[in-house]
Design a protein around this ligand. Sequence first.
Ligand code: 3BY
Ligand code: FES
Length: 432
Amino acid sequence: MTAPFAARVDAQSPEPGSQALIADRVVGQSLPAPFYVSQEFFDLDLDEIFSKSWLFVATEAEIPEPGDFVTINFGTRSVIVARDDQGRVRAHHNVCRHRGARLLTEPNGSTGTIVCTYHSWTYGMDGRLQYADAQAPGFDKSCFSLRSVHVRTIAGLVFICLAEEAPSDIDEVAAVVEPYLAPHRLAEAKVAKQTDLVEDGNWKLTMENNRECYHCGGHPELLNVFFPTWGYSSTDAIPDRLAPAFDRYRRATAELVDIWDGHGLPYPRVEELDTRATGFHIERDAMDLAGESFTLDGTAACTRLLTDIPEARLGRLSMHLQPNMWLHITSDHALLFSVIPIAPDKTLVRTTWLVHRDAVEGVDYDLDRLTGVWEATNQQDADLVALAQQGISSPAYVPGPYGPSEFQVEAFVNWYITMLRQRLGISAVRAA
Ligand code: 3BY
Ligand code: FES
């Protein structure tokens, strides 16, 4: 007999068929269709990936002053990321401690206190309950602070983790990436533009698409400055069509290494995408043409540089983090991407362009020139992701092989499957 009031469980075990798919994943191949199309895997991804990993959610530049906030939703979970009166970045569950109403409904804004619409319970930006009308004698406000969410800032980037216990390796990752990021002074930058693009595909297809440049022929604007050789680890694997680009890449890299060394900028590639809970990659890389920025001729889009280093030609700093971010930083601006699942076949890609806080639009930069290359690239990526989702939704789809230049796609999928296995207690059927 079942109990009349069953205890609430946060996550269900996957169905046996899904467990078998997780156990049986074939290394080097794209995933079977249910991972991309089923509601069950979508829910599992929210519970096991997005609720237990560190997630990139905002930049400090979006909440420069006390009282500034952004809200961000992962399925039914909504989080307030705010700057408190002491200037610290805080994260709280967006759920009232009275009878649970959603508190802040705007995607961003500024407020002195967080006031619940329902019965006016009022919280400070630090999450403490300040006011609750008409309570019984002895009511202790200190027992009803907002439930906090782990938050961590790294060189101006804001990460949260929804788990009770967050992966502890974030400290190790921060220690590696901070010296790369710090010279770009993102915490002191300002937002030049932010766009939200909804892609008609599963979030994993968005991530997989980002992790390779095999498809970069579809990005004519980007390819003016982004070397299509990206992802090819040895000359053996380079197709003939890429040989001229590879020659330019080698020359540009040799010149940039001198510049990076001259300014003490770290540049070696660190690749730990599927060997830890907070999988990441970071490197400084050369860019084509003028090598300064993501513009059609490669020259800086913003004349007021982000860094104090008086050198526009720095190539790009690239960082990839599992499960939901990547970034590019050039001398003049930073480009941050965060990926938020909406439905099995819908994904939000948020792109944020940062420039120096004193840079003036129309004087130091033209917004269309600053954003044009990646606005075009994002739309092209969205179209490719939609095509992938459509094909994978056909019963005719069977998983296909990754080539050598798709090694970061394999790393992403391997990280994803490894996390599901660890967090659900599922063993691999075959040895990797
Ligand atoms: O964003 C990246 O890291 C690049 C852009 C093109 C493909 N991908 C590897
Ligand atoms: Fe928020 Fe009642 S639910 S004050």
